[in-house]
Design a binder for this molecule. Sequence first.
Ligand SMILES: C[S@@+](CC[C@H](N)C(=O)[O-])C[C@H]1O[C@@H](n2cnc3c(N)ncnc32)[C@H](O)[C@@H]1O
Length: 290
Amino acid sequence: MSASEWTVPPPLVGENGPREELEPLEIEFLLEAVYRHYGFDFREYARASLKRRLWRRMSAEGLRTVTQLQDRLLHEPAAMERLLLDLSINVTSMFRDPSFYVSFRKNVAPMLRTYPFTRIWCAGCSTGEEVYSLAILLEEEGLYERTRIYATDINAQVLNTALEGVFPLEKMKLYTEQYIRGGGKREFSEYYVAAYGGARFSRSLTENVVFAQHNLASDRTFNQFNAIICRNVLIYFDKKLQDRVHGLFYESLEMFGVLALGHKESVTFSSHSDSYEAIDAAERIYRRVK
Ligand SMILES: C[S@@+](CC[C@H](N)C(=O)[O-])C[C@H]1O[C@@H](n2cnc3c(N)ncnc32)[C@H](O)[C@@H]1O
């Protein structure tokens, strides 16, 4: 299905008036029901994109109203799994935004080098491409041996892919280009072999990685970190939830720890903006100073 198909709502339904009147209420009920029954909390996700994804699921399931979707989700856990995949928007790539990795290498690696051991939290890591990129960078900077990466995501299915470390071979051309533009120092092909119909990345890259399910919207902090990387995740949350997650990151960061966000995200308008200074504002890399 093309993106344009699911951004268009299904036709108006019911005798009680246009969908615009009922739908916000139906969405509230659906989110509450999903939260109470399954514990997945999407209640504070930004509405516009949430609505598009619910429409997409309704259309794929052949349903006409959000209430029908709620009924199916509650009675068919497999439908919930499918919605989870729609809602958790797992688009990612290796060395995504290469300029970020150039800056991380230049500005963050030297800071990490001052510690005998570092803990890094990669939150919302999706299928793991970001984690493998980070492990490669740290390995090339001589830091991987003394780093533990905690890679988390709300979605257990994407974490399984991350753990397997097998990515489509046809993406290697793009990833190689991004690796080089991101300041890569070796041959990118040194890190994988062709196997299982894909590119299987070296097991050594996950030796110091712990993958775990963690929900930023409802779970608490679980460690103290020298750096937190959470890119292209907050963008899906509303302002209130973003603020809460910033609170979680603040609590989880050591003093002078680094917070790295996606290109469209920032600490600037959060309630914790005073606690950080920019290391590289354009790359959204900050350091906790209070
Ligand atoms: C667009 S991907 C970003 C992946 C990677 N960080 C990157 O920048 O390429 C967003 C990820 O956030 C995860 N996510 C969404 N809501 C979450 C939540 N409440 N807690 C933890 N992860 C969440 C999704 O499952 C998805 O894998």
